[in-house]
Design a protein around this ligand. Structure first.
Ligand code: PLP
Length: 405
């Protein structure tokens, strides 16, 4: 392999705190669906920076907006007004159905931290001092900060970092009775991912999310949806909640909002947003001019290129082909997801091998644990792009020693 990769590996081992186990590849360029490594080899990207470049790599509209803004003014802080911040907030409010206000953060975890604080502030203001509890789903993922880790419904991730902030209850996903039982007078909010991403690509059932909305309305509790991964047309509509026909009080976004630049957003109904006043929450970099220029360009291009409709169309094709591969090889037991957020549950725990074989063949796939292959390409992915990944998966599953045969 190339000298640049060797050097990156050596420097990483010597100087980076070892929180990542990385694949042995150094990408140095990207365009659309394609990434290029340090040796000039091209790969088709079905991970898109973990759902963070829905427009594909180096989209010209985003590149131009960033280039223009970064050459003029990069940062002033939130002590002053900032160009593009208001326009991006307005666009997000419109996309979410209007009458919303936005707080900009720098990541998904930070957006969720902001939403958790907002919900507590709202609960204490409207329902009393004890009203600070948040109910979330088992299998969920909301981030790596202490509060978002506590919100994350994966106990194994909690243990090494206890004690975590109190005030979170976890219930099984898609079990409305369990959700109803968990909501008490101390509950200020229910926080759910419309489609659990890191937890293995598990969608909320339609009846469950509608039922959660009804329960929240009846009990005077906020419905908060974490759309960090499902937002920005990933599942088809601008927000996944629109496909479910629910109206959340608070939505969080991040990932692809600025097509690969760090940004996060808390999007709250006006009446809820009023719970925050000056000094209640802040960030140095959030909503800066460069990321907001990128965000406006990214949302504009996602819309003008009709990539939500493309995600639905190509996603349906990918799911149908995965199901057919499953029937043919016996290697896939379930295909889950929405739009271009797809998980294939394998019959055997070989998802790591599938992703590794794909990388050898120039196809970038991601595995969630041993048994789920995740397909999360940029929304510019065409059917013939998708065929490259699907053929790979087919070939690996066909060649595996099948215990059923
Ligand atoms: C649903 C969801 N929420 C929150 C996060 C955390 O986002 P970040 O890594 O930007 O902090 C992620 C990241 O994968 C996510 O998928």
């Amino acid at each position: 392999m190339g000298e640049r990769l060797d050097r990156a590996v050596a420097m990483d081992a010597a100087f980076h705190i070892g929180t990542y186990s990385r694949k042995h590849v150094l990408f140095v360029e990207g365009r659309g669906m394609t990434l290029v490594d340090d040796g000039g080899r091209e790969y088709l990207d079905f991970v898109s920076g973990i759902g963070a470049v829905n427009l594909g790599h180096s989209h010209p509209a985003v590149v131009e907006a960033v280039r223009e803004q970064v050459g003029r003014l990069t940062h002033v802080s939130n002590l002053y007004y900032s160009e593009h911040q208001g326009a991006l907030a307005e666009r997000i409010s419109e996309l979410a159905g209007g009458e919303r206000k936005v707080f900009f953060a720098n990541s998904g975890a930070e957006a969720n931290e902001g939403a958790i604080k907002l919900a507590r502030r709202w609960g204490v203001t409207h329902k009393g001092r004890r009203c600070v509890e948040i109910v979330t789903a088992l299998g969920s993922f909301h981030g790596r900060t202490l509060a978002t880790l506590a919100a994350t419904g994966q106990p194994a991730k909690h243990e090494p970092f206890e004690p975590l902030p109190p005030g979170f209850r976890h219930v099984p996903l898609n079990d409305l009775d369990a959700l109803e039982a968990a909501i008490t007078r101390d509950t200020c909010a229910v926080l759910l991912e419309p489609v659990q991403g890191e937890g293995g690509v598990h969608p909320c059932d339609r009846a469950y999310l509608k039922g959660a909305e009804r329960l929240c309305n009846e009990r005077g509790v906020l419905l908060m949806l974490d759309e960090v991964q499902t937002g920005c047309y990933r599942t088809g509509p601008a927000f996944a909640f629109q496909g479910y026909g629910v109206e959340p009080d608070v939505v969080t976004m991040a990932k692809s909002l600025a097509n690969g630049l760090p940004i996060g957003a808390v999007v709250a109904a006006r009446a809820v947003a009023e719970a925050f006043g000056p000094g209640d929450h802040a960030t140095t970099f959030g909503g800066g001019p460069v990321v907001c220029a990128a965000g406006l360009a990214a949302l504009g291009a996602l819309e003008s290129e009709h990539l939500g409709a493309a995600a639905e169309r190509v996603g349906a094709y990918v799911r149908a082909r995965l199901e057919a591969i499953g029937r043919e090889t016996g290697g896939i037991v379930e295909v889950r997801g929405a739009g271009l957020m797809i998980g294939a549950q394998l019959a055997e725990p070989i998802a790591v091998d599938v992703a590794a074989s794909a990388l050898d063949e120039g196809v970038i796939l991601n595995n969630i644990g041993d048994s789920v292959v995740r397909i999360l390409p940029p929304l510019v992915c065409t059917q013939s792009d998708a065929d490259a990944a699907l053929d790979m998966i087919h070939a690996v599953l066909e060649q595996r020693p099948d215990t059923r045969r």
